[in-house]
Design a protein around this ligand. Structure first.
Ligand code: ADP
Ligand code: MG
Length: 259
């Protein structure tokens, strides 16, 4: 089982779009996928139309208990509009309470909850935080990480900050001799305007900065309004011809980041 976290310290940089896209593509390709919404703003949850009706039926339940083995298997909800192979574990605003959770071992809960999960792939849609309990939980559970970015200053800052958090996390693991591996698989750049003539200076600068990390993956994902429209309607943009360019890009990228 691969556990892949999608991360950036910035908001609005295509984390959720990337997490959902990689998860749905893998599910439609025949893999059993669990998509875990770790962001209290719950964008993936709303897109999937799995907003929990009861307060214990979301990721917050996992984050509250040390003995949460098997919780992920119980909390996932199938999203037929996307694929019968995908289950989403919803987030809720109240989860932000857990961000004040500094109990010993709280960072192991997410990983513990995955024990016994019948999935080939877990994708975690991370909140835009500089570390903290939610991110520590995600990095402890994950074996691989993809950064999401736009071609903007915010996008680049978000990747740089996230990489510092990951690097510190890995140093701490190395200090205690832990064998846990967390591979940085790359940066996915999304929502790129491929229809304007000539690249604006800010985008060129951001592109150069991302390129310098040595992690920028190709292709970059083009901007199409259907992505937003489908999300508002709870649908999969890949089901619309106008979304095919976006789908093609994420499909190519998924070959590089999904085992
Ligand atoms: N390829 C794309 N084409 C058009 N809109 C996009 C694309 N990718 C992302 N967006 C839009 O950009 C906004 C931010 O993306 P989102 O994935 O929610 O970012 P984050 O999770 O980092 O906050 C959303 O409104 C989303 O619909
Ligand atoms: Mg998001």
């Amino acid at each position: 089982m691969q556990v892949l976290a999608i991360y950036s310290e910035s908001g609005g940089v295509t984390k959720t779009t990337t997490a959902v896209s990689l998860a749905v593509i893998a599910a439609r390709g025949g893999r059993k996928v669990t998509l875990l919404d770790l962001d209290p703003r719950a964008a993936t949850t709303k897109w999937a139309r799995v907003v929990p009706e009861e307060d214990h039926l979301h990721v917050g339940a996992i984050l509250a208990y040390d003995d949460c083995e098997g919780y992920a298997e119980e909390l996932g909800i199938v999203v037929p509009a996307w694929s019968e192979n995908i289950r989403v574990i919803p987030a809720a605003r109240s989860m932000s309470n857990r961000e004040a959770e500094y109990a010993d071992g709280a960072e192991y809960r997410l990983k513990t909850s995955l024990v016994g999960l019948e999935s080939d792939l877990v994708v975690i849609d991370c909140p835009n935080r500089q570390g903290g309990p939610l991110i520590k939980g995600a990095l402890t559970a994950a074996d691989s990480i993809v950064y999401a970015s736009r071609l903007s200053e915010d996008g680049v800052d978000g990747v740089e900050g996230a990489r510092q958090t990951v690097s510190q996390f890995k140093k701490n693991l190395a200090r205690i001799g832990a064998t846990h591996t967390l591979d940085e698989l790359g940066v996915i750049a999304g929502d790129i305007d491929d229809r304007v003539v000539g690249t604006p200076a800010v985008e060129r600068i951001a592109f150069d900065d991302l390129k310098q990390t040595g992690l920028l993956l190709t292709p970059m994902v083009p901007k199409r309004t259907i992505v937003q429209q489908a999300r508002i309607a709870g649908e999969w943009y890949g089901d619309y011809p106008s979304g095919h360019k976006v789908l093609d890009a994420y499909t190519e990228l998924s070959k590089k980041v999904i085992r």
